[in-house]
Design a binder for this molecule. Sequence first.
Ligand code: GDD
Ligand code: MG
Length: 406
Amino acid sequence: MKALILVGGFGTRLRPLTLSVPKPLVDFGNKPMILHQIEALKEVGVTEVVLAINYQPEVYIIEGMEHQLFSLSLLASNTCISVDILLIFILIYCWFACFFVVQVMLNFLKDFENKLDIKITCSQETEPLGTAGPLALARDKLIDGSGDPFFVLNSDVISEYPFAELIKFHKSHGGEATIMVTKVDEPSKYGVVVMEEGTGKVERFVEKPKIFVGNKINAGIYLLNPSVLDRIQLKPTSIEKEVFPKIADERKLYAMVLPGFWMDIGQPRDYITGLRLYLDSLRKKASVKLASGAHILGNVLIHDSAVIGEGCLIGPDVSIGPGCVVEAGVRLSRCTVMRGVRIKKHACISSSIIGWHSTVGQWARVENMTILGEDVHVCDEIYSNGGVVLPHKEIKSSILKPEIVM
Ligand code: GDD
Ligand code: MG
């Protein structure tokens, strides 16, 4: 079987982490987000994963790089560089930044193809093709003559990925496409699905409805027959607005309620909530080792290579990545500490994300959705209340209210 993962956009809402790596490669529970999906696909016998990528320099210029543009304009005003030269710098920078993003992705593919023994390929758009167009572009990769259905996943959703159940249900109903649905409190930000309770047959699919239609939403996980590809042309197309409603009208679209947890982790608050749900689900699977001991509260994931000092109190809902050093007397709760971070004595971190290779000084207090980019250094005794800090910065004075530090 084949699978396609939609990897569009720049993850602007997960900045500054996405200034260092593309969103699907941001660590979640100690491994890149997309790896959770690829591993689960491998488990049900998927042999090839196609990453549908749409990183383009133009988009980078317009949407992605305000922070860099701001820094460059500061540079220009400090050094009297003319606006023309500045613009040329910006263009060159954006082309390189975009090239870098795709290159990082390609290197990642090579690494994990070997580790997981699964074929991972890229299908790269020259213009954003939306959520359906990429399927038409990758048509030849998805059809292998077997007639098997293929998976399509949004790259920013995390769940237990019950793919085996999805295959079983898809085979049982004989329709053309199956989508997984989950219940949420705020359905208006999602695609809402109205379905027959007994059979799962979808009656209506309404993307981001303005009025209440129902509370079961599209979880961004699909199993589609190859015939769905005949409905999609090679042009920007929305699967949610242009494809699913038509299949539903023909009564060939089915929905299965996703067992277990689900979260779109494309923004920091949801990322932290997603970590809680993910660790909770690991706790239920006896095979996975969460940390234990007098210094651990609730669910905590600590990489084997991390070093934890004396007298710390860690948890609940914390993940600590490879090579981290947590010195004595540190307090951590509801946070992610990524690879290579050092947290010095008696620091206290809650509801925050600490990016790769950063340092938090002793007696520092970091809280309220503080997000430190890669290689940020928070000096001793500093307080951060919701600071969003760009990579490679040194924080020498406290951040008293939520703000971006460039
Ligand atoms: N390759 C490619 N090209 N991928 C794209 C493009 C594109 O032009 N546009 C969006 N994507 C990818 C995104 O990276 C993401 O993985 C997926 O398509 C969905 O796009 P989002 O921008 O995250 O959409 P959303 O979160 O507002 O809504 C979608 O997800 C909800 C679940 O989280 C919809 O599918 C909703 O129906 C759904 O409920
Ligand atoms: Mg999304």
